[in-house]
Design a protein around this ligand. Structure first.
Ligand SMILES: *Cc1c(COP(=O)(O)O)cnc(C)c1O
Length: 232
């Protein structure tokens, strides 16, 4: 199947999940995750209507952005943890950062954005599964962290991001999404916090239907569009 056909199939599943769960399809955005995928395949997805792509390695964004510099309005979302020595590149190249979870990264990004004369949409990553291997803030620490972000005027705080536990038990996965959605509602209701809290980035190839049921506004889908990634 072509990338265009897979994209169409994923869009169809998103639309179906929206119908099933009473969601407005215009409130759920598909973020194709193109990590490990070559620039020509990204180009094919762009030609099929995708404009923003998720990546978790900054160097890969730099390479693909250079190879695809001819595409107008192509945007990149960095969705993986960031080392501060890569903040400059993110500030210059990315439109979104979904994995904010430390003050250090927030501070460096803000400074680099200031220098670049840009702003960046950011989402705070929540460790909703409690697994030690996952990035993100413990749910109980998110609100205090969110308060500190007012110090960084070049970060546009948009909401929360999470990765659910990898489990065949749908109830366990759902619990991660429910927790993150509740937390987003709580933060959105706190008018003293900087940011809009209109974004909830959750759901991947294996669980995006369920994430939509719990209010996801952005599903990050790689494998279902681009095929299995090489395991390294
Ligand atoms: C790779 C990745 C995805 C996409 O995962 P798939 O299972 O291939 O859809 C989503 N979110 C993050 C943070 C990722 O690193």
């Amino acid at each position: 199947m072509s990338v265009a056909a897979r994209l169409a199939a994923v869009r169809e599943r998103i639309a179906r999940a929206c119908i099933d769960h009473g969601r407005d399809p215009s409130q759920v955005r598909l973020l194709p995750v193109s990590k490990t995928v070559g620039p020509e395949t990204v180009r094919a997805a762009y030609e099929a209507g995708a404009m923003t792509f998720g990546e978790n390695r900054v160097q890969e964004v730099q390479q693909k952005a250079a190879a695809l510099a001819d595409l107008p309005d192509l945007r990149w979302a960095v969705i993986g943890p960031l080392q501060t020595n890569k903040a400059k590149a993110v500030a210059e190249l990315a439109a979104e950062f979904h994995a904010l979870d430390t003050d250090k990264v927030a501070a460096v990004l803000d400074r680099r954005l200031e220098a670049a004369g840009r702003t960046l949409d950011v989402l705070i990553q929540v460790n909703s599964s409690g697994e030690a291997t996952k990035s993100g803030l413990a749910p109980g620490r998110v609100e205090a962290f969110a308060e500190t972000l007012g110090a960084y005027p070049n970060l546009r705080v948009r909401g929360l991001m999470t990765l659910a536990v990898q489990s065949t038990d749908r109830a366990e996965v759902a619990a991660c999404f429910a927790l993150t959605a509740d937390l987003r509602d709580q933060l959105g209701a706190n008018s003293t916090l900087p940011g809009s809290y209109d974004e909830l980035s959750m759901g991947m190839s294996g669980d995006f239907d369920l994430a939509i049921a719990y209010g996801s506004t952005c599903v990050r889908v790689g494998t279902a569009i681009f095929g299995a990634r090489p395991t390294t």
